[in-house]
Design a protein around this ligand. Structure first.
Ligand SMILES: Cc1ncc(COP(=O)(O)O)c(C=O)c1O
Length: 390
């Protein structure tokens, strides 16, 4: 323990995938070619119309602070997007523009949590959620979820884990690392379970738009008191611009604004001007093509992995991840990932990054690289697995 370091930092860990990423960089520096299937962001760069709008903003000198809640035109554009995409009325005043959905999560939890408050979340799940809660001196409660419920929380699971100190619940649809979704029915059950107990529901819709089967409902069409976090990062291909949004019940917005003023001052100004082009038809058609490509990659990779002996208990319906059970091939997914990187140059993420539940039996493949690279990855895996079976 470093002297002076806050006690909470012992509970805030970095990701295993970071050490794998650092090692793959070393191997690449030695001239080895690595197939990357660990990266959680689109390989496509930001669509042209957004880049053009960003450059235009910079040359026009749009480099000063905006209001803490974001540019009013962008808040209005996000509200309009809910009307066009979901047929859902959202007031622009409920939309707060944030530094990524990470900023949105911090603001939502920041206005909700008192020290010791519990927040229920799924394991496996997005690892930062529990660390946000710890940072705010709340208590993350990870609930082990199974393939039977699509690795999602359910109303019944919430009911059986609810405690007097439970304040909020975080769910995501589609999820990282599984890519499973919540259709209207399970969402209704979740919303009811939370409402009946006087809790608050936060729904992470960051992978909305990247859905491959049915169109997903926003939680707002089911529960207008829920908090929605979303982002320009994934579907809109703007990870590095650091821009997202929070939609909150109106009564919380003044507190969110106060917190945003103090923590961030404002989201990035050029990024906000750029994002004004994100909902244009020209951008949307590029985004739809990209989504179709992600779906093609998924449709290639799922059967290819199954043929190699991985089991995929939940066919991903969104995002760009496959959560594969590797227990037929190894009893330690962490070592397995390290071996694959060292011996065959394939980088994937061990289950341990997403929680404790059966983590040693799972790995996450990200199809955030083109099909040629995916095919090369499968070729290497095939050769390696054949050699260890000998
Ligand atoms: C489920 C989920 N939520 C939130 C985030 C944070 O993304 P950002 O802050 O770039 O919007 C990520 C990033 O990987 C994610 O997978």
């Amino acid at each position: 323990m470093i002297e002076g370091l806050a006690a909470r930092m012992t509970d805030i860990s970095s990701f295993q995938v970071m050490s794998l990423l650092a090692r793959s960089r070393e191997l690449e520096a030695q001239g080895k070619r690595i197939v990357h299937m660990e990266i959680g962001e689109p390989d496509f760069s930001t669509p042209e119309p957004i880049i053009v709008a960003g450059i235009r903003a910079l040359t026009a000198g749009r480099t000063h602070y905006t209001p803490a809640t974001g540019l009013p035109e962008l808040r209005a554009a996000v509200a309009t997007y809910y009307q066009t995409r979901y047929g859902q009325k959202v007031n622009a005043e409920q939309v707060v523009i944030t530094p990524g959905s990470s900023g949105a999560l911090l603001l939502a939890l920041g206005v909700l949590l008192n020290p010791g408050d519990q927040v229920l979340m799924a394991d496996p799940g997005y690892p930062c959620n529990r660390n946000f809660v710890r940072f705010l001196n709340g208590e993350p409660v990870s609930i082990g979820v199974e393939a039977m419920t699509q690795f999602q929380l359910t109303g019944d699971l919430l009911a059986s884990h609810w405690q007097p100190t439970t304040k909020a619940v975080i769910v995501a649809s589609p999820t990282n690392p599984v890519g499973s979704v919540l259709s209207a029915k399970p969402l209704v059950n979740i919303a009811k379970a939370v409402r009946q107990r006087g809790g608050y529901l936060i729904v992470d819709e960051i992978y909305h738009g990247l859905e491959y089967e049915d169109k997903l409902p926003t939680i707002l069409s089911i529960d207008d008191q829920a908090f929605v976090v979303n982002s320009f990062s994934k579907y809109f291909g703007m990870t590095g611009w650091r821009l997202g949004w929070l939609i909150a019940p109106q009564r919380f917005v003044p507190a969110i604004e106060r917190l945003a003023q103090n923590i961030f001052l404002a989201p990035s100004t050029p990024a906000q001007y750029a994002a004004l082009a994100a909902f244009d038809e020209s951008t949307m058609s590029v985004l739809q093509q990209r989504r179709d490509e992600f779906r093609q990659r998924r449709d290639y990779l799922v059967p290819a992995l199954q043929a190699l002996g991985f089991t995929i208990p939940c066919l991903p319906q969104g995002a760009f991840y496959i959560y594969a059970n590797c227990s037929g091939l190894t009893d330690n997914s962490f070592d397995f990932c390290h071996t694959l990187l060292e011996e065959v140059g394939v980088a994937i993420t061990p289950g341990a990054d997403f929680g404790d539940q059966q983590a040693a039996q799972y790995i996450r493949f990200a199809y955030t690289t083109n099909e040629e690279n995916l095919r090369e990855g499968i070729r290497r895996l095939t050769k390696h697995l054949a050699s260890i079976k000998l």
